[in-house]
Design a protein around this ligand. Structure first.
Ligand code: PMV
Length: 314
């Protein structure tokens, strides 16, 4: 048996645009998914928390099992503390923990190999995607995806002529407050919708380029520890995301409420519901402002620990 764990994440800069190869930054948060993987006897069946694996409820897990198990049945036990459908990367954390757990049955896990497999699984599960969430869940801390490699390089992933080079970068020196709107968001639908919009309207491609530029300026500010500039770029990023239609009134209201007490605030992840984030030195005031606007505030610490083999038995 192996027990592995991996964190969820928030996106500081560049969601959606990163799917088309533009720069982006995400940071792991202390909300983790833990998976135990047991090799079952050859006649046994693959189960998840005691029930037969099912392609609807356990899509990512099934894909990981098909890709990596060489046909051997396995038993999985999942405990997730990453809230789902809030834009906190719950499906990526599960993909990493389950694919990493299967690989860990054979010994140490090569993070680069895991990153390649995990992206393949995410891509098969939902079509167009970027390796931002999965790379962050593997590496922990803050991860920047860039088209070219520079210092802090971790690994690179290529698909459909797009290259993403993953890099480790500094975690923000501010507290994180997440504001959940109360409405679920559906990544694949929304990524597909934005894709259609991008094909039909040249201006969306231009906005994605601008988001990429903002992500790069934001990254440099993060590397210099300039939280004021990080915040300015987050606010600009939110405005551009609104222009491509992935924000909504609830998200905009929570972002505006958080701003007076924050370095910056923006929606995080796919949008269309889900959550916003604020970076702040006054987390209580931000949480109160979010609550006043009808949102659900949550505080999470940054998590510098990425994918981890917690225990091996037998
Ligand atoms: O909301 P999440 O955690 O699924 O983040 C999605 C981020 C996107 O850029 C919209 C998609 C992707 O694969 O990068």
């Amino acid at each position: 048996m192996v027990r592995v764990s991996s964190p969820g994440k928030v996106i500081l800069f560049g969601e959606h645009a990163v799917v088309y190869g533009h720069p982006a930054v995400a940071v792991a948060v202390k909300a983790r998914t833990e998976v135990d993987v047991y090799p079952a006897s050859d006649e046994g069946q693959t189960t998840v928390n005691g029930e037969l694996i099912d392609g609807y409820r356990h899509k990512h897990l099934l894909l990981a099992h098909e890709l990596l198990s060489k046909g051997s049945p396995m038993r999985f036990r999942i405990r997730s503390r990453v809230p789902s459908t809030m834009g906190l990367g719950s499906s990526s954390a599960l993909t990493i923990a389950s694919a990493g757990g299967i690989l860990a049955l054979d010994g140490d896990v090569d993070p680069e190999k895991l990153a390649q497999f995990a992206f393949e699984i995410e891509y098969k599960a939902g079509g167009k995607a970027s390796p931002l969430d999965t790379s962050t869940s593997i590496a922990g801390g803050a991860v920047a995806l860039l088209p070219e490699s520079e210092s802090g390089f971790l690994w690179q992933i290529e698909k459909d002529g797009i290259r993403w080079c993953a890099h480790s970068c500094p975690v923000p020196s501010a507290s994180l407050v997440i504001g959940y709107t109360g409405n679920k968001s559906r990544t694949h639908e929304l990524v597909g919708k934005v894709g259609k919009l991008a094909k039909a309207h040249g201006f969306v491609a231009e906005i994605f380029k601008d988001i990429g530029r903002i992500a790069l300026v934001g990254l440099r500010a993060l590397q210099q520890g300039d939280m004021n500039e990080v915040g300015v770029q987050m606010n600009r990023n939110h405005e551009l995301l609104s222009m491509v239609g992935v924000s909504n009134n609830d998200l905009d209201r929570l972002v505006e409420a958080a701003k007076p007490h924050s370095y910056g605030a923006k929606l995080t992840g796919k949008g269309g519901g889900g959550s916003m984030i604020a970076l702040t030195d006054e987390p209580e005031l931000v949480a109160e402002a979010i609550r006043r606007e009808g949102g659900k505030p949550m505080e999470f610490d940054w998590d510098t620990q990425g994918f981890e083999i917690v225990r091996t038995e037998g």
